[in-house]
Design a protein around this ligand. Structure first.
Ligand code: HEC
Ligand code: HEC
Ligand code: HEC
Ligand code: HEC
Ligand code: HEC
Length: 505
């Protein structure tokens, strides 16, 4: 499946952003400069206070990671390694170093689902953080006009937002969806902030404590706090609800350090709506599972009052919800989340460096690092841990492929019914069911852990996807004569939402 391999140097040569160039150039210098520096990093449990004799002053506007690297070389050195190729069975990327493999070629049903949308043109495997800006600039999806909102998760944008908002980051952010991508991207470059996710995106420059900076996340998590949804994965929200809600929920002051070890990643690894029609939105107003998000989107209206959708599937015209990398959302449904295991526990595990513990800033697949990522908690052999993950991922993969087969059959049936002259009304039920089926299959296909983050939940969602696809097929064959099934399903979904959503206190 995955072919080709070139050395890291070649990767770096292929990249043109100032971000990568400066990362490599200053690396050696920084390492030498700080050789004698004593970095005193407190232990894991001591509230993460980091006191360092600073050689260079950094602020929230210092987006150049090399500057921070002078003070914190260990983290910076590891951070730069995100430019390296990573490869596991389902993680990292296939294809060449120049370009990761197309997901839509590997799974033709994926491409078919996306017909009518830019994702059917170009949709590849993800890779390391060092590439996020260049990959966004170079995707063929840019052949369609894109919004400035795209930059929210692909660049170090906070100083840009601050300037656009006259000092107010949120105000600046809320102006960006109307600005075309190319215009905003040029401004980011001109201001000297064309960096991929950088130190000030996750750290307070004066204390080095973790912070969340992304406005769409801040607004989304506040929406979640205000909802009645149970949040066992975010205990500070439940405490805030019980505590009278005097001020709005703010993760930067109320979340625990452990929650922040997830929230910094949930600034980007989430489902969202992004277009020039409305501001970038994280859909957690009903909760974070697939059904709750679907209800949230169904209750959202486009600015013109029309029905909410991302695109119309070209073969059938069904108004589709496109799912995007819902890592945070799927994780939130799993046993690790319930047990307080954060993204950083697995993806940035501690490494001992002399007397200090350092969080591994080479953010990548934990399967490349099972010893530090898993064995601190799971006292079993590396081989056994790998085998358990393999089993989970293989089952998820197999079920997902069945989902693809069902989606193909559904689309064939609807297309045939249209050819045979079925009326819009006769196909209405089939198209509604298509929307539900595609939303669920895409949710798991777009999620990047191949089911690992919450295996049983992933299987439930895929099971529903297959069921809805087959119901849609039946509805097309029978030309809409399935009102009973439809009603039963609507009820089933309502009951799922009702059982998970506790009433607001
Ligand atoms: C208990 C450990 C664990 C936790 C907690 C966890 N992950 Fe993962 N994650 C994994 C494993 C295992 C994989 C599968 C990696 C593979 O297939 O190579 C994975 C895969 C991923 C991938 C794709 C990696 C790749 O190499 O392609 C991303 C992105 C990701 N996780 C993000 C997150 C985010 C964001 C969170 C928190 C919301 C999170 N993970 C929480 C273990 C974890
Ligand atoms: C500013 C947004 C942003 C933040 C914050 C962020 N990521 Fe990512 N992440 C991305 C993007 C974008 C990519 C894909 C880059 C590409 O393919 O060019 C990515 C890729 C990844 C990958 C794939 C790496 C590989 O080698 O294939 C993993 C794993 C990952 N992120 C985990 C995390 C974790 C864990 C956190 C929190 C510690 C986190 N990310 C924080 C945006 C972000
Ligand atoms: C809410 C955060 C967020 C926003 C907004 C966002 N992305 Fe991403 N993007 C990510 C993350 C996280 C990944 C890595 C995970 C993955 O590929 O599934 C990614 C991966 C990508 C990739 C590499 C994989 C692929 O899809 O081919 C491209 C290209 C990309 N994004 C382009 C865009 C464009 C264009 C927009 C605007 C329409 C956009 N992104 C908006 C978070 C975001
Ligand atoms: C995507 C978010 C993210 C980015 C970007 C990031 N860090 Fe971190 N950093 C973390 C997390 C998570 C921890 C663990 C904090 C904790 O446990 O309290 C951490 C911890 C640290 C610590 C404390 C010691 C340790 O290793 O645990 C230092 C110092 C640090 N980072 C420096 C940096 C520097 C320098 C950069 C830029 C080159 C950077 N970080 C970029 C998320 C990030
Ligand atoms: C900080 C501790 C911690 C870390 C790190 C951790 N786990 Fe876990 N894991 C747990 C806990 C707690 C449970 C729930 C077990 C229980 O309560 O019986 C669990 C459950 C599991 C399960 C069974 C549940 C399921 O979701 O299928 C698997 C498999 C698993 N972990 C694999 C891994 C792998 C692989 C890694 C490394 C990528 C990892 N864990 C990292 C604490 C951890």
């Amino acid at each position: 499946m995955k072919t080709g391999s070139r050395p890291v140097a070649a990767v770096a040569r292929g990249i043109s952003t100032p971000a990568l160039m400066s990362m490599t150039a200053v690396a050696a210098l920084a390492a030498v400069a700080v050789a004698a520096l004593l970095v005193n990093i407190s232990e894991r449990k001591q509230e993460g206070k980091v006191t360092t004799a600073r050689l260079v002053e950094v602020t929230q506007d210092t987006t150049d990671p090399a500057q921070w690297g002078v003070n914190w070389p260990r983290q910076y050195d590891a951070y730069k390694l995100t430019a390296q190729t990573t490869r596991t069975r389902f993680g990292g990327h296939g294809g060449s170093e120049a370009l990761p493999q197309e997901k839509i070629d590997r799974d033709p049903w994926l491409k078919r689902m996306f017909l009518g949308y830019a994702f059917s043109i170009d949709y590849r495997d993800r890779r390391g953080h060092a590439y996020m800006l260049v990959d966004q600039e170079n995707t063929q999806r840019q052949t369609k006009p894109q919004t400035g909102s795209c930059l929210h998760c692909h660049g170090s944008v906070i100083p840009l937002y601050r300037e656009l908002g006259g000092g107010d980051v949120i105000k600046g952010f809320e102006a960006t969806y109307k600005i075309p991508y190319k215009e905003l991207s040029k401004k980011l470059h001109d201001m000297g902030h064309a960096q991929t996710v950088s130190c000030p995106d996750c750290h307070d420059a004066s204390t080095m404590k973790l912070i969340v900076t992304r406005p769409a996340f801040l607004q989304g998590i506040e929406r979640l706090a205000n909802s009645g949804a149970a949040t066992p994965f975010a205990p500070s929200i439940e405490r805030w609800r019980a505590g009278g809600r005097a001020t709005p929920y703010d993760p930067n002051t109320q979340a625990t350090r452990n929650e922040m070890r997830t929230f910094v990643c949930a600034q980007c690894h989430i489902e969202y709506y992004c277009s020039s029609a409305m501001k970038l939105t994280a859909p957690w107003g009903k909760g974070t599972n697939v059904d709750q998000i679907e209800v949230f989107w169904n209750e959202t209206k486009m600015p013109d009052g029309g029905r909410f959708f991302d695109y119309k599937q070209a073969e059938t015209g069904a108004p589709i919800l496109k799912a995007q990398h819902p890592e945070f959302e799927l994780w939130s449904q799993g046993v690790h989340a319930r047990s307080g295991v954060a993204c950083a526990d697995c993806h940035m595990p501690y490494a001992r460096d002399g007397a200090t513990k350092v969080s591994d800033h080479w953010v990548r697949s934990p399967l490349l690092n099972i010893n530090r990522a898993c064995q601190g908690c799971h006292r079993m052999s590396e081989k056994e841990i790998q085998a358990r993950v393999d089993q989970i991922q293989q089952r998820n993969f197999d079920l997902m492929q069945r989902g693809g087969v069902a989606i193909d059959a559904m689309l064939d049936a609807i297309v045939q019914a249209k050819k045979d002259g079925a009326s819009e009304q006769e196909l209405a039920a089939a198209l509604e069911l298509q929307r539900k089926a595609q939303w669920r299959l895409d949710f798991i296909a777009a999620e990047n852990s191949m089911g690992f983050h919450a295996p049983q939940e992933a299987a439930r969602v895929l099971g529903e996807a297959i069921d809805y696809a087959r119901q849609a097929e039946l509805a097309a064959l029978r030309r809409g004569a399935v009102p009973v099934v439809k009603a039963a399903q609507a009820q089933a979904t309502a009951s799922i939402v009702a059982t998970v959503v506790a009433p607001a206190k």
